[in-house]
Design a protein around this ligand. Structure first.
Ligand SMILES: NC(=O)c1ccc[n+]([C@@H]2O[C@H](COP(=O)([O-])OP(=O)(O)OC[C@H]3O[C@@H](n4cnc5c(N)ncnc54)[C@H](O)[C@@H]3O)[C@@H](O)[C@H]2O)c1
Length: 272
């Protein structure tokens, strides 16, 4: 390990949340290995201080071993591993082609499983290793024609809860981050190509906006930091308040104010 710097692998590090995490951690005292399938988009790492990069497919067992070998060569162990690479994949239960949902499962669900297995020996070389996997609000709720993605993201929370118990005795923590709608490569130029959908999602968020990728990266930074030393097995939702609602009403449409006979704001104001 170079000086006091800690070391971390970030998958999906070419774009969006993974890139933001790699940049933030490199600024914050970490040596980062950014991993992605997309070699072109990894170009941002060229000349970036404290960031190395490699191309790999997280759904491949062999590639995960290559990632571990590279991290071992660079850092001689790992203090943290962030399994964040993912793809979207919508489609109805009737029509979604089998190969499509199997691809969603192999990248979004099996990617972190294979990654954790490959990276564990490196995490065990350090004290207080920690793991973060990127789930989603789709890992705690459901949505129409998004069952495969949602199923994979739910599975990650199951993985985190089970492994927190399996690895806790070794001092290794594992948590999930569940982002809400975040502006990244995945959501691309949705604002231009599907403005109605973009607005609909925005209106469902009490904070009334999409998140920036760095707002997710900052939660990841916390989860791998000593500040989260007693946090494990947790699915941390960062969604601007979306999932705590029923989804039936817009954030400011107070249901109690429209129910006849209920005590409402007007009556309370009259009493005062
Ligand atoms: N953007 C959102 O609104 C949102 C919301 C909830 C969860 N997420 C999750 O956040 C994570 C990051 O996504 P993002 O929004 O930053 O999207 P993104 O497309 O900007 O980044 C994902 C990265 O993963 C890489 N990747 C895809 N398949 C890979 C593979 N097989 N091997 C290696 N790399 C691969 C892509 O090349 C890309 O660089 C994903 O797991 C996604 O499901 C995103």
């Amino acid at each position: 390990m170079a000086g006091d710097r800690k070391s971390v692998v970030v998958t999906g590090g070419a774009s969006g949340i993974g890139r933001a995490a790699a940049e933030r951690l490199a600024r914050g005292g970490w040596d980062v290995l950014a991993v992605d399938l997309n070699a072109e988009q990894l170009a941002w790492t060229e000349g970036a201080e404290h960031v190395s990069a490699m191309t790999a497919d997280v759904s491949s067992e062999e590639d995960n071993q290559r990632i571990a070998d590279e991290a071992d060569k660079l850092f001689g162990g790992l203090d943290a591993a962030i399994f964040n690479a993912g793809i979207t994949g919508g489609g109805s239960i009737d029509a979604m082609p089998t190969e499509n949902f199997q691809r969603v499962f192999s990248i979004n669900m099996m990617g972190p499983v294979l990654g954790i297995r490959a990276m564990l020996p490196l995490l065990r070389k350090r004290e207080n290793g920690s793991i973060v996997v990127t789930s989603s609000t789709m890992g705690v709720g459901g949505d129409s024609e998004n069952w495969a993605y949602g199923m994979a993201k739910h599975a990650l929370i199951g993985l985190v809860r089970s492994l927190s118990r399996e690895l806790g005795w070794e001092g290794i923590r594992i948590n999930a981050l569940c982002p809400g709608p975040t502006k990244t490569g995945m959501t691309g130029n949705i604002e231009e190509v599907a403005p109605a959908h973009y607005d609909l999602l925005k209106r469902a968020v009490p904070l009334q906006r999409w998140a920036e990728a760095d707002e997710m990266a900052s939660v990841m930074e916390f989860l791998v930091s000593p500040g989260a030393s007693y946090v494990t097995g947790h699915a941390m939702v960062a969604d601007g308040g979306t999932i705590v609602g029923t989804g039936l009403l817009e954030p400011k449409a107070g249901s109690q104010n429209v129910i006849p006979g209920g005590i409402n704001e007007v009556e309370l104001a009259d009493e005062r």
